[in-house]
Design a binder for this molecule. Structure first.
Ligand SMILES: C[S@@+](CC[C@H](N)C(=O)[O-])C[C@H]1O[C@@H](n2cnc3c(N)ncnc32)[C@H](O)[C@@H]1O
Length: 505
C-alpha cells in the first residue's frame, strides 16, 4: 500500500478499491446502535456541528450495514493481520455473533477487551454503563502479537513480601518453573496486560481533545497499534472521525489510511495531522476529497438533485415525488429531510412550511424527538438567511424543537468552475481574433477551442492554448465559436460567441 491517505467517502465504496491482503491492522469505531445525537461546539468561530448515529429501531438493518463493510475489511487484511472492532452494549452481542464469528470465525477470536472509564453518571434504575467493548479477531491462526506490559498497581509489587531489592536497589522476586532454573522477575518490567483497560475518557480540558464528539483516547489506540503491528506496517481506520487512529499510527511510524464520509471529519483530521507535522517530523500524506462541479450540479433536474444530496447525506431519498409535502427523504431513524436547490438563501417561510410538513409526515416521531431533545428535521441548502437561522435557535430555546440547517458544501464539497468571457474582434476580411478571459481560484491551466460549435458537443480544434488568444480565418457565413477554460483542479467553464462573416466592401 502506497502513501498515507485520508479519503472522503462511504467506506464500503472505498474499501472495495483497496487491494486484497494489504493491511496489517484495522481498527473501527462505527457509529453505535444508539439513539444519541452528538453535538459539539468547537473551533474558534464557535461553529456548532453535529452528526447523528441513529438508526431506525431495527437492529438487523444496522447489522447488515456493518456486515457488508466487515466482509471487505476481512478481504483486505493480510493473513497475519488483525481487526479491532469497538462497540458498546447496544449491539455488541449481535456484532460478535452475527458479524465477527461468521466472517472471521470463532477460532480467530482473540480477546474481548473491556475499556473501562469513569464519567459523570445520571440517576437511573439500572447500573451505570461504564465500559465499551473492543473485539479482537486475527485473520488466521498465526498473527503478529507484541507483548505489552503495564505497571503494577500501588497495592502490588514491593508491598508483597516475596520481593527483595538487588544491590542497585531494584525490586525483584524469584520465579521457578518446573524443570527450569529459578530466575529473577523485576518489578519494573511490569505485569502482562489483561483484557480490562482502565483509560480515562477525554475530558473537556484534555490536551489531546480536539472537540470531535466521539473522539477516543490516544492511549487506547497506542496499545492496540503497538500490540499487533510493527514499524512501517499499515493501519486502517474506516470510520476515522477526529483522526485518533491515524495520528497515533503516524507518531508510531506506521503507514496509515483513514476513511470517513463526513467532510467535517476529514477536515478535522487533516488539521490534527498538520498540527502534528509542525511539531514533529512526519511523513507526508494525501487528502483525497472528490469535489463536484457546481455548474453541473445546478443543471441537474430538481428531483435528481434532491435524491443525490439526500443519498450523499447518508439518508433515504423520497423517490416518488408528487405529494411529498416538500419532504425529500428521511434519515435511517425516520427524521424528515428537505433539500433546497435555490441559489438564494433559504428563508423563514421555508421553515414555517417545513414545520407543518414534518408534523403531518409523522406526528408521533416529531413529538418523541421533541421530548427527547433530538433533531426533528433537517433543511439542506446552499445558503441560509439570517431570519431562518434566528428562528431555528428560537424554536430550540422556547419549544425544544430542533431543526438542523445543513450546508450543501458540508455534505458534498463543491467548487465553482472558472468563469469565462469570450470576445471576438474582426481583424481583416474573413480573419478574426478571439480573446478569452477566465477567473479561477486555482488558476487556469489551459484553454481549448471549438471553432464550429454546435451546442450539443464541444469538438476540440485547439487543445492546449496557454494564453487564451486565437486568430483564425473563416468562410463567409455564420459561425459559432466556443472556448473552454480548464483550471488547475480540472474544473472547466465555457463561453461562446456567434460571428457573421462577410466580405467588407
Ligand atoms: C464514532 S465516530 C469515530 C470516532 C473516532 N474513533 C475518533 O476517535 O475520533 C464514527 C465516524 O464514522 C463516520 N461514518 C459513519 N458512516 C460512515 C460510512 N459509511 N463511511 C465512512 N465513514 C462513516 C462518521 O462520520 C463518524 O465520523
Amino acid at each position: 500500500m502506497g502513501t498515507n491517505k485520508l479519503i472522503l467517502g462511504d467506506n464500503l465504496e472505498v474499501l472495495k478499491t483497496i487491494e486484497s491482503e494489504s493491511v496489517d491492522l484495522i481498527y473501527l469505531d462505527p457509529p453505535f446502535f444508539s439513539n444519541r445525537t452528538y453535538e459539539v461546539i468547537w473551533g474558534d468561530d464557535g461553529e456548532k456541528r453535529s452528526f447523528e448515529d441513529r438508526w431506525a429501531g431495527d437492529i438487523d438493518h444496522y447489522i447488515n450495514w456493518l456486515k457488508n463493510r466487515v466482509r471487505q475489511m476481512h478481504r483486505i487484511l493480510k493473513p497475519t493481520g488483525s481487526i479491532f472492532l469497538h462497540c458498546d452494549w447496544h449491539a455488541s452481542a449481535e456484532i460478535k455473533v452475527d458479524i465477527l464469528n461468521k466472517i472471521f470465525g470463532r477460532n480467530n477470536f482473540r480477546n474481548e477487551i473491556v475499556w473501562s472509564y469513569k464519567r459523570y453518571t445520571a440517576k437511573s434504575n439500572k447500573f451505570q454503563s461504564l465500559h465499551d467493548m473492543i473485539f479482537w479477531y486475527s485473520k488466521e491462526k498465526e498473527y503478529i502479537f507484541n507483548e505489552v506490559r503495564e505497571e503494577y498497581g500501588e497495592k502490588s509489587g514491593k508491598m508483597d513480601s516475596h520481593y527483595k531489592q538487588d544491590e542497585e536497589g531494584n525490586w525483584y522476586r524469584m520465579q521457578k518453573r518446573k524443570g527450569e532454573e529459578a530466575y529473577k522477575v523485576y518489578l519494573s518490567d511490569g505485569k502482562r496486560m489483561g483484557d480490562v483497560w482502565e483509560i480515562p475518557i477525554i475530558n473537556a480540558s484534555a490536551k489531546e481533545r480536539i472537540g470531535y464528539p466521539t473522539q477516543k483516547p490516544e492511549e487506547l489506540l497506542k496499545r492496540i497499534i503497538e500490540c499487533v503491528t510493527n514499524e512501517s506496517d499499515v493501519v486502517l481506520d474506516p470510520f476515522v472521525g477526529g483522526g485518533t487512529t491515524v495520528a497515533v499510527a503516524d507518531r508510531l511510524n506506521r503507514k496509515w489510511v483513514g476513511i470517513d464520509q463526513s467532510v467535517m471529519a476529514i477536515k478535522v483530521t487533516d488539521l490534527r495531522l498538520k498540527k502534528r507535522q509542525n511539531e514533529f517530523f512526519s511523513t507526508p500524506y494525501e487528502v483525497i476529497i472528490p469535489t463536484y462541479d457546481l455548474s453541473k450540479l445546478e443543471q441537474e433536474d430538481g428531483k435528481k438533485f434532491e435524491i443525490f444530496i439526500v443519498e450523499k447525506f447518508g439518508a433515504i431519498p423520497n423517490r416518488k415525488g408528487g405529494k411529498d409535502l416538500g419532504i425529500d427523504g428521511h434519515t435511517d431513524y425516520g427524521t424528515p429531510i428537505q433539500v433546497k436547490k435555490w441559489k438564494k438563501p433559504v428563508g423563514r417561510a421555508t421553515l414555517d412550511e417545513f414545520l407543518t410538513a414534518i408534523q403531518r409526515d409523522n406526528k408521533h416521531l416529531f413529538e418523541q424527538n421533541k421530548k427527547d431533545g433530538q433533531v426533528c428535521g433537517f433543511i439542506i441548502g446552499f445558503e441560509f438567511s439570517k431570519d431562518i437561522i434566528n428562528e431555528v435557535s428560537k424554536l430550540k430555546n422556547s419549544e425544544n424543537i430542533i431543526i438542523e440547517l445543513k450546508y450543501i458544501r458540508d455534505i458534498i464539497p463543491y467548487e465553482n468552475p472558472p468563469k469565462v468571457t469570450l470576445r471576438a474582434n474582426e481583424l481583416e476580411d474573413y480573419k478574426y481574433k478571439f480573446e478569452a478571459q477566465a477567473e479561477s481560484k486555482t488558476g487556469i491551466d489551459f484553454y481549448s477551442w471549438d471553432f464550429s460549435h454546435d451546442e450539443k458537443e464541444f469538438k476540440v480544434d485547439v487543445v492546449m492554448d496557454k494564453e487564451g488568444v486565437q486568430e483564425k480565418k473563416f468562410a463567409e457565413g455564420e459561425h459559432n465559436i466556443a472556448v473552454k477554460a480548464t483550471d488547475k483542479q480540472g474544473l472547466s467553464g465555457t463561453d461562446k460567441v456567434k460571428i457573421k462573416v462577410k466580405k467588407n466592401k
